[in-house]
Design a protein around this ligand. Structure first.
Ligand SMILES: Cc1cc2nc3c(=O)[nH]c(=O)nc-3n(C[C@H](O)[C@H](O)[C@H](O)COP(=O)(O)OP(=O)(O)OC[C@H]3O[C@@H](n4cnc5c(N)ncnc54)[C@H](O)[C@@H]3O)c2cc1C
Length: 473
């Protein structure tokens, strides 16, 4: 698949193509499908599509492919100048880096199935040979086995009972009766309940806050569900970050969109979705309107409040959008470090500038590391970044770095998803349902691996495709 400034994507259905239409819209389109035929007239009211998908991330890509496989003509409208959404490949020191999602792990069967479908191989990520963890007086070194055993034990207590309230982790509401007392708890509430000692507190609070973007906003049941999905131990949970797909995390999506035959129109931010006479009208910035029997909104939940809906969305959707699903702080920092090439991993307490540091590729004169930072670090300040790294690895010298602040990204407005306290019981089943002719998709609202996983985006995309096909008739 190549990005192509002026060409667009006709489907090979022997019907019309949309070349003129998209050029008229001033859109940059991505060639995903097959052969061009003749150009149609570009009247706003014409309806060359059976479905419109808003968002070319993994959820939108899954929907596009699945609807394409049913013979439906699909238009994908993407706000950015690239596909992938919260998957964003980049480079640092000539190395491929993932500025958004990068890993998958055992038990993520939908990703595994897609890798097989497209004959993509995987590699195992680097194993740490030493772990730097909070100690009574600053940081202390541990063997991975020693630190792993202690984390397993601490998190067995932290998630005690989750094997019951998430008896079936892919059906999170199966034990609704048990969830009422836990779903209202934030991670900070759970930490307070356990009355942990100093070092244990630091080990737990750092580990949860990095995944939650803050322990006050993240829900206990959000993380506990991931823990049970992974198999109910902390080391199994961490193994979710162990595998790297060939060609990077974007590689499956590129193939999905190519296979879909959909027209993918980049630089096409959707501003409004209106239902008119049994059809949906989708307006993009600049005023162009596309029309189809059904629209699939496959943006982050945090983006829903930026769109105009007519009729207006019911409260449960607007509540979810206002409260947010994408975590409020998500900065991924890639570092090229000199002075050490040791595969050290480090974890810090909540509030530290760098919360988690993970060793990546070894270089002739050092190593690449990836880090997740907290709000305490201003990543635009190189001195602060250097000092933060030295705080964990005194021998390390940062030669260069690259950061992506997802909570500042205009098309995400948050990082990976993690439910807020109470959202599971109040919102989840409802916001997975269509409203009129609008279907909702996205990793944020998956039943299983929700929020922080491509696996969940795929799951949600498959469900949304079924719903959209039914609505389109
Ligand atoms: C820092 C970080 C690390 C992560 N790590 C991992 C990991 O290691 N493994 C893993 O599996 N997952 C990881 N994730 C989560 C994973 O990236 C997401 O769960 C997944 O990509 C979500 O896919 P999606 O299609 O639901 O949403 P998105 O990828 O966000 O796609 C939504 C699309 O909608 C577009 N859009 C938004 N508004 C509009 C609009 N108005 N009009 C048109 N288009 C619009 C966006 O530009 C975007 O392309 C991580 C995420 C982040 C941010």
């Amino acid at each position: 698949m190549t990005e192509n400034g002026d060409s667009t994507t006709p489907r090979a259905h022997g019907r019309v193509t949309r070349r003129t239409l998209l050029k008229a819209a001033g859109a940059t389109a991505l060639t995903a499908g097959a052969v061009a035929a003749t150009a149609p007239s570009a009247a706003a009211a014409d309806m060359p599509y059976d479905a419109i998908v808003v968002g070319a991330g993994y959820a939108g890509g899954t929907v596009a492919r699945e609807l394409g496989a049913r013979g439906m003509r699909v238009l994908v409208l993407e706000a950015r100048g690239r596909i992938g959404g919260r998957i964003e490949p980049g480079t640092l020191a000539g190395q491929h880096v993932e500025l958004g999602g990068g890993w998958f792990g055992p038990g993520q069967d939908l990703v595994a199935r897609e890798l097989k479908r497209y004959s993509l191989t995987t590699t195992e990520d680097v194993h740490a040979t030493r772990m730097v963890m909070p100690g009574p007086n600053g940081y202390a070194s541990h063997s991975p086995q020693e630190a792993g055993a202690r984390l397993n034990s601490l998190f067995a207590d932290f998630y005690a009972g989750s094997e019951q309230y998430f008896e079936r982790p892919y059906e999170p509401l199966h034990r609704k009766d048990l969830l009422a007392s836990v779903d209202r708890l934030s991670l900070a509430d759970r930490i307070a309940q356990l009355k942990l000692s100093g070092v244990d507190h630091d080990w737990v609070s750092g580990a949860t806050s990095v995944f939650a973007g803050g322990n006050k906003t993240g829900s206990l049941t959000g993380l506990a569900q991931w823990y049970q999905l992974a198999g109910g131990t902390y080391d199994k949970f961490l193994s979710v970050m162990s595998q790297l797909p060939e060609g990077g995390m974007i590689s499956i999506l590129e193939r999905m969109l190519r296979e879909s035959g959909a027209t993918v129109s980049l630089n096409s931010p959707v501003t409004a979705i209106r239902e008119r006479g049994g059809l949906t009208q989708v307006e993009v910035r600049g005023g162009r309107v596309y029309q189809a029997p059904v629209v699939v909104l496959a943006t982050p939940v945090n983006m829903w409040s930026t769109l105009t809906f007519e009729p207006g969305l019911p409260k449960v959707y607007t509540d979810a959008a206002r409260e947010g699903l994408g975590v409020p702080h998500a900065t991924k920092l890639w570092l090229r470090v000199k002075g050490t090439s040791e595969a050290v991993s480090a974890q810090a307490p909540e509030g530290a500038p760098i919360l988690l540091l993970i060793p990546q590729k070894q270089l002739p004169d050092g190593r690449i590391f990836v880090a997740f930072t907290g709000p305490a670090l201003d990543v635009s300040d190189p001195q602060a970044v250097r000092a933060a790294v030295r705080g964990l690895l005194p021998e390390a010298r940062v030669a260069e770095y690259r950061a992506k602040e997802w909570h500042k990204d205009p098309w995400a407005r948050g990082g990976w998803g993690l439910r807020r306290p109470g959202q599971l019981l109040r919102q989840l089943p409802d916001i997975q349902q269509p409203f009129g002719r609008i279907v909702f998709a996205g990793g944020d609202i998956a039943s299983g691996w929700n929020g922080a996983f491509v696996e969940g985006a795929l799951e949600s995309g498959f469900r949304a495709a079924e719903q959209a096909a039914t609505l389109a008739g």
